[in-house]
Design a protein around this ligand. Structure first.
Ligand SMILES: [Zn+2]
Length: 316
């Protein structure tokens, strides 16, 4: 089988990962897979769950021309029928806790245990005995990546799962050339979008922002320098062409740009935010926080997240 480059987007939610993967999908040589850590869950989700799991083409995964083929290959190669048992063949720690939370306590406990174990392994360098499933999950991911690249005729595939522990798993176990895009967005921009969308006050978001970006920053800096680069949301919105050129150079793939309609036609992303179901809108700079956050709120965000933000090159 082929050896596509595995591009992994890591970063805090709402930092623009869906926009970034769709921009990369505008290249003939690159195919965006979406947040593939959700594959099992998207197959599981139907009319009885909070929402129905769909590929961005509008089909259920098993009816999609790409994901349907991949699900078929999983059956042929590994003997697992993901339609009958979506979680029988897993790519990640994501399972039913995402849908039911504490109504499935076992699933929540398992999920949290997997995160704690990888925190110890990746953050504190505690070695892991081979009984854990992380290597197997990455082997499954590699299989999906290879299959997807072959079906899409791409030299690189993009996984927009964002999670930092999954990044650590990939760095340890993937047999494919890995390229990590550490996507960051100005803490003030996220603080305002969080307040506006009811996800938490600016200071609450600033705390979460600092913790998560601080953690990702530490783990990503353990990778060889040619394996990762930081991508700032603001650099994309400021000059999208220049930033896309830089990212292609980093990935090592020639940029063959497609018109927006051609991108939309080849788009089969398995999960991600609603943007993936629409045409990619005009890229605008995110300056709304300047008009909406009070000077006190800006000071508060700066006090909480300033150190981490400055370490990531933000002038805050
Ligand atoms: Zn599809």
């Amino acid at each position: 089988m082929n050896n596509p480059t595995y591009v992994y987007i890591v970063g805090r939610g709402h930092s623009g990962s869906t926009m970034l993967e769709l921009l990369l999908n505008r290249s003939q040589n690159i195919a965006a897979m979406g947040e593939i850590d959700q594959l099992s869950l998207q197959i599981y989700r139907d009319h009885r769950t909070r929402w129905t799991g769909l590929c961005s083409c509008g089909e259920r995964p098993f009816n999609c021309e790409i994901w349907g083929q991949i699900i078929k290959r999983v059956y042929e190669t590994f003997g697992f029928d993901m339609v009958a048992d979506p979680f029988g063949w897993k790519l990640s720690d994501i399972a039913l806790e995402q849908e039911y939370w504490w109504r499935r306590p076992q699933s929540v406990i398992k999920y949290r245990a997997h995160r704690a174990i990888r925190m110890a392994n990746q953050y504190l360098n505690v070695p892991l005995p081979g009984v854990f499933p992380y290597q197997r999950w990455v082997e499954h991911r590699d299989f999906v990546a290879r299959s997807y690249a072959e079906l899409a005729g791409a030299e690189a595939v993009v996984d927009a799962s964002k999670d930092v522990f999954q990044m650590g798993d990939l760095a340890q176990y993937s047999s494919l050339p890995l390229k990590v895009l550490f996507l960051t967005r100005d803490a003030r921009g996220l603080a305002w979008s969080s307040a506006r969308q009811g996800r938490g006050s600016p200071s609450v978001e600033a705390k979460r922002w600092a913790i998560e970006n601080g953690r990702i920053g530490k783990l990503v800096r353990k990778l060889p320098s040619e394996m990762w680069t930081q991508v700032r949301y603001e650099d994309i919105t400021h000059d999208v062409e220049a930033e896309l050129d830089r990212i292609h150079q980093f990935i090592g793939i020639e940029r063959k740009a497609l018109p927006p309609e051609a991108e939309r036609a080849k788009r089969h992303t398995i999960a991600g935010n609603r943007t993936r179901l629409r045409a990619l809108e005009e890229i605008r700079e995110d300056q709304a926080w300047r008009d909406h956050l009070t000077p006190e709120q800006v000071d508060e965000v700066t006090r909480i997240a300033g150190d981490v933000a400055r370490g990531l090159g933000y002038d805050i």
